[in-house]
Design a binder for this molecule. Structure first.
Ligand SMILES: [Zn+2]
Length: 294
């Protein structure tokens, strides 16, 4: 296990424990969230070494990497995914002309496939072999391994997307730098991540499903995101809420907190979180950051 002694964003040594939580979905192991007093960035401690991280994903439960429809929350996830993919593509089209698109952390290729249908020339990158096979065979999309990223042509992509992926990325700075190299001048980066400033995060505390330790190594908020991306010459142009995430995360958090599915209770808290976020996007459960290459 790796323990960080300085902030991975701003290198400050003023880091302190913020919250104790557990891997509720797979191993039940305890982890801590640390916070940086200088820049507000939060991160998981200790962090499993990269070669061990894979073992924390080896579960049928980890639905974003499979196409399983078992269980009511998983069913709901699949249903909502079909609706949200359309709104994500509409969002890209609002900002960028169509062109080459790279989906980083493409999973089983669901987003790439839909982007292709909408006339984007889309490819994906995915570390997990099982997901890559489904992406190629079931969804018919081109998927590269992360180490093949360096073979892609520089300054060719119009858009790079990360849908709930950046919080999993081990080499944070190095990876963002690669995005900068791959994008065309004036290209766009769309990053969706959970937001721990949200009301649902405050209500569920250690049971908040979007801590998702140790798979989530980093925990973002709009201030830390702005600082991180500015270091790599990306600028936040806009922020958009992902409304369904508040419901999904709240329902999953209810399960972690009470040991059973409590859909109504989760839906109610998701709704309250969204009502609060209507007034302020900085407080929504998940944020899509729209960034431009500087
Ligand atoms: Zn910091």
């Amino acid at each position: 296990m790796n323990v960080l002694s300085t902030c991975p964003l701003c290198s400050s040594s003023e880091i302190t424990p913020f919250l104790k939580t557990s891997d509720f979905s797979i191993t039940r192991e305890e982890f801590e969230i640390f916070t940086c007093r200088q820049c507000t960035f939060k991160f998981t401690q200790p962090q499993p070494p990269p070669e061990k991280l894979g073992s924390y994903y080896n579960s049928e439960e980890y639905i974003s990497h499979s196409d399983t429809e078992k269980g009511i929350i998983a069913k709901l996830y699949q249903y909502v995914r079909r609706i949200t993919v359309k709104s994500k593509i509409r969002l890209l089209n609002r900002y960028s002309p169509k062109g080459k698109l790279l989906d980083f952390g493409a999973g089983t290729g669901f987003f790439v496939k839909n982007a292709m249908v909408n006339h984007w020339s889309a490819v994906g990158i995915e570390p997990e072999e099982k997901a890559r096979i489904i992406a190629k065979e079931k969804n018919g999309v081109t998927i590269f391994k992360p180490d093949e990223m360096d073979t892609l042509e520089k300054e060719k992509f119009q858009v790079i997307t990360l849908w709930h992926v950046l919080e999993h990325v081990v080499n944070l700075h190095e990876t963002i730098e690669k995005f900068h190299n791959l994008l065309k001048p004036g290209g766009w980066l769309f990053i969706a991540v959970p937001n721990h400033l949200s009301w649902d995060s405050k209500v569920y505390e250690r049971y908040w499903a979007a801590w998702d330790v140790p798979r989530h190594l980093w925990h973002f908020n709009p201030i830390a995101m702005r600082l991180l991306m500015a270091k790599h010459n990306f600028y936040i142009i806009n922020k958009h809420p992902l409304w369904f995430d508040a419901f999904y995360v709240s329902m999953l958090s209810e399960k972690y907190k009470h040991g059973k599915t409590r859909l109504l209770s989760g839906a109610l808290r998701g709704l309250i979180s969204n009502l609060i976020a209507v007034a302020n996007t900085n407080l929504c459960s998940s944020v899509v950051y729209v960034l431009k290459k500087g």
